[in-house]
Design a protein around this ligand. Structure first.
Ligand SMILES: [Zn+2]
Length: 282
């Protein structure tokens, strides 16, 4: 892994074809410690992993909710350990799926390492649920009475370096002849608020994305696959990553939601990655 001292809080990995490597997180380097020491300690991992940065694909993969690390200074956020393994802490299976897509497509992947209970990297700074005091009914005591400074520390240490890294990758692509598309990978729960969610995958878009339309057509043609068009969520103004990095640059995009039970294990991730790879290469 190569640390980039000019981009604090970021570790770059060009060779992460073995998904098991993703469980070995790089610790903070000296440059990172200097800039983000208000929240992160020397034993904490860097907030961003970049996989296959020089990949040949036009797709740039991003995974906002891939990780569930918590900075040592925050303890366990006051949340019981079993809850920290649930969807409230991360998108179950999304990081593994995105990693397999990165390998299969030969595409760059930028993934967040920390839990969205620490800070949600798909929310705008200033938004109420950026640092959620409660998530799907589960209180997060460590987020209950934060000062503006506390929230800013989380932005500085985790949210900003992640989005700066995505921006840097896309800046680099802007000088290349190949077009760049942003592919954002998430997962969702099979049920929410007592209601079952029948979809296997969902495509979230603002009606402005040719790639999303193409993917919807291909996914809906797949036998036995239940596809949500802006389900279980619609792309909306509360989203941050796609509006900022894709729509904000005029780039095409795909915001994909996959039901978590389909990608909870490596076999499921491999099946879904194979299906999506075929379509994303079409
Ligand atoms: Zn997500």
């Amino acid at each position: 892994m190569l640390a980039q001292p000019d981009r604090p809080g970021v570790t770059v990995s060009r060779e992460m074809s073995d998904p098991k490597n993703l469980h070995v997180l790089p610790q903070m380097n000296a440059a990172s410690r200097q800039t983000v020491s208000r929240l992160l300690s020397p034993g904490d991992p860097d907030p961003v992993i970049v996989q296959n940065e020089g990949g040949s694909s036009s797709h740039v993969l991003v995974c906002d909710h891939a990780g569930r690390e918590i900075p040592a200074r925050l303890g366990r956020l006051g949340v019981a350990e079993p809850d920290l393994e649930r969807h409230i802490a991360w998108d179950i299976g999304a990081g593994g799926l995105a990693s397999k897509l990165s390998v299969a497509l030969d595409a760059c992947l930028v993934r967040q390492v920390y839990s969205r209970l620490v800070i949600d990297c798909n929310r705008w700074p200033g938004q109420g649920d950026l640092v959620p005091p409660i998530s799907d009914g589960t209180p997060v005591p460590a987020n209950a009475s934060l000062t503006a400074r506390d929230v800013q520390d989380r932005i500085d240490a985790i949210h900003s370096p992640y989005h700066a890294r995505i921006a840097a990758v896309l800046d680099d692509r802007a000088s290349e002849p190949r077009p760049a598309t942003v592919v954002s990978v998430h997962s969702f729960t099979p049920a929410m608020n007592g209601a079952d969610r029948p979809w296997h995958v969902g495509v979230l878009h603002g009606g402005d994305s040719p790639l999303s339309r193409r993917m919807l057509t291909m996914l809906m043609a797949e036998d036995g696959l239940v596809v949500g068009d802006n389900q279980p969520y619609a792309l909306c103004e509360t989203d941050y990553t796609v509006p900022r990095h894709a729509q904000g640059r005029g780039l095409d995009y795909l915001e994909l939601e996959v039901r978590q039970d389909l990608i909870a294990d490596e076999a499921g991730q491999a099946r879904m990655a194979a299906l999506l790879t075929k379509m994303l290469q079409a």
